[in-house]
Every structure is written in C-alpha cells, then in structure tokens.
Design a protein around this ligand. Structure first.
Ligand code: PNS
Length: 159
C-alpha cells in the first residue's frame, strides 16, 4: 500500500493545501494529513480546531485521513508504516528549508520526501498571509475553503 503523510501546521488549511491534498490522494492509496506543532509559530486556531476544519474540507476524499502528531514526524511515520512525506513547493524560497528537513528526515529514519509543485493559482498562498489579510479586514474568501472562511471571521470578530 502506498501510504504517505502530508504534514503541516494548517493554521488554517488553505485552498493551496487542499489542492495538494486532492492531488496527492490521486497518486497514493492513503494520505495522512497530519497537524504538527511548529514551535516557531504561534497558532490562531487550536490543534483540535485545525483538525476539525481539515476533516470537514476533506470529507469528500475517502483515502484521506486527518490526524495530529507530537514529537518527531519520522516517529509518526514509523508508527503508522508510512515510508514517504509529501510536501508542496511554492517557490524557490521554500526550497532551502524543505530540502534541509527532507535530508534530516532521511538521515533520521530513511523516510523519503516527495515534492509536488504548488498549483500556480495558489503559489503565493500561505496561512500566515491569509491571517494577516483577514486581521486587517481584507477579503480572503477565495483563498480558503468556505468553512475555514466562516471560522476565520468568527475568530477575528471575537478578537
Ligand atoms: O506548515 P509548516 O509550519 O511548515 O509545518 C512544519 C512541520 C510541522 C511539518 C515541521 O515543523 C515538522 O515536521 N515538525 C515536527 C518535528 C520534527 O520532526 N522536526 C524535525 C524536522 S527535520
């Protein structure tokens, strides 16, 4: 079984993430979309809120599973018999950071990383920009799935 993991902060999931999830699900038997803690980033949504949004927007994808992990990603992969990580590359600026993580994950546990190029429609898109634009009242309705847009509005209105 070709089982891969697509890890990220997903704070919150964007249309760019979703595009990649759907494309990865076409290529593999099972895609685990997993929310991990990026210690360098402070979250707008709790991990459980991110999981709920991910579950809602991937409901139509029968071979996508949503989960969370703590600690090292390679340990999650080993526990769930996953041999490869899928990552999206938007631009050259992503490359150095992703390359470092890919090589480290291979060094730690011989877990491969498969890079998929971002859909050009979403190459400029990242969760932190979506949050910034939304905080200043900009329209992000075309950048995130509808349920995420609703959650963003609710969270930001609450202050
Ligand atoms: O969406 P992000 O913030 O780029 O996701 C980063 C994430 C969570 C995938 C990455 O920080 C990660 O894998 N963290 C788990 C801890 C770990 O395994 N660190 C070593 C990476 S080589």
């Amino acid at each position: 079984m070709r089982r891969v993991v697509y890890p990220g902060s997903f704070d919150p999931v964007t249309n760019g993430h979703l595009d990649l999830i759907v494309r990865a699900a076409r290529l593999h038997d099972e895609v685990f979309v997993v929310v991990g803690a990026n210690l360098a980033k402070e979250g707008l949504f709790s991990v459980d809120e991110r999981l709920a949004m991910l579950r809602e927007v991937t409901r139509g994808q029968p071979n996508v599973r949503v989960d969370k992990f703590r600690g090292l990603l390679v340990e999650f992969c080993q526990t769930h018999h996953i041999s490869a990580i899928v990552k999206g590359l938007r631009a050259v600026s992503d490359f150095e950071y992703e390359m470092e993580m890919a090589q480290m994950n291979y060094r730690l546990a011989e877990i491969e990383t498969l890079f998929m190029t971002a859909n050009p429609l979403y190459a400029f898109l990242r969760s932190s920009l979506v949050k910034e634009i939304a905080r200043y009242g900009g329209d992000v309705s075309s950048l995130v799935p509808a349920p995420v847009f609703a959650q963003l509005q609710k969270r930001l209105a609450a202050g």
